[in-house]
Write a protein that binds this ligand. Structure first.
Ligand SMILES: [Zn+2]
Length: 251
């Protein structure tokens, strides 16, 4: 059930026939893991907390640095030196005290990542490196949990949804398994804040669609954002039957 305060707090999205009371209850009953509380994880955590996702599981082993604040908007100047998880908890609690926040402050190894993924309904990859992305994807395929994946570097962004519950869905490894410039990180290549904000906001939106069950999720499609030209492009992406991560899953 939703109390009067919750009905008011979420009234503008409950007004949408796609959400309604039932959808809001589904959000309240949902558990979501956010891997990385940086430029992507900031808007993801802020919007999903504000939207009333019942349990947010926050994973980041890093501390807030002054160079983060240009784009990682869940943190502020007073948080420099604090763990990113604790900094985010402070801000998210201030926005919405109705939800539960679960902290993962240490680096997740294979076992703890598997357990963290098994404990939720959906995962958002907001990390900034290839090895974490590969590990999160493998854990999601193994546990059959949907993964909302976003990336942004320099002036380019990418977004896709991998949903192992759907036969036709590729996984992250189907697309990126052969490597690219994925090893480059923002600390080396640079990035602008509004672009990671845009990609993170779209990740939060895809997560809400999947949790509530409305619209057409970005499964089997890769959204490419060219910030320089203000252009959005979409590529069809297929599952690789020979993929070493998801290939045998559907065989
Ligand atoms: Zn695959």
């Amino acid at each position: 059930m939703l109390n009067d305060q919750e009905l008011l707090r979420y009234s503008r999205q409950i007004l949408l026939q796609h959400v309604d009371i039932d959808g809001q209850l589904r959000l309240k009953e949902s558990r979501v893991l956010i891997v990385g509380l940086g430029g992507l994880g900031s808007p993801v955590a802020l919007y999903l907390a504000a939207a009333g996702v019942g349990e947010l599981h926050l994973a980041d082993f890093d501390t807030v640095d002054l160079t983060n604040l240009q784009r990682q908007i869940v943190h502020d100047t007073d948080s420099v030196g604090l763990s990113k998880v604790d900094s985010a908890i402070r801000r998210l609690t201030a926005i919405n005290p109705e939800i539960q926040l679960i902290a993962h402050r240490t680096a997740l190894d294979e076992d703890s990542l598997a357990a963290a993924v098994a404990a939720v309904d959906l995962v958002l990859d907001c990390s900034d490196n290839f090895s974490t992305r590969e590990a999160v994807n493998a854990a999601c395929v193994a546990a059959c949990k949907p993964l909302v994946s976003g990336a942004a570097i320099r002036l380019e962004g990418q977004l896709s949804v991998f949903d192992p519950r759907r036969q036709e869905s590729p996984c992250y490894h189907c697309l990126y398994g052969h490597g690219s410039e994925a090893e480059l990180t923002c600390s080396e290549a640079g990035v602008v804040g509004p672009l990671v904000g845009l990609v993170g906001s779209l990740q939060a939106l895809e997560a809400m669609k999947l949790l509530v069950g409305f619209g057409e999720p970005l499964v089997g499609r890769l959204l490419l954002i060219d910030a320089l030209g203000s252009r959005f492009r979409e590529l069809r992406v297929k599952r690789d039957p020979g993929c070493s991560v998801c290939g045998s899953k559907h065989a």
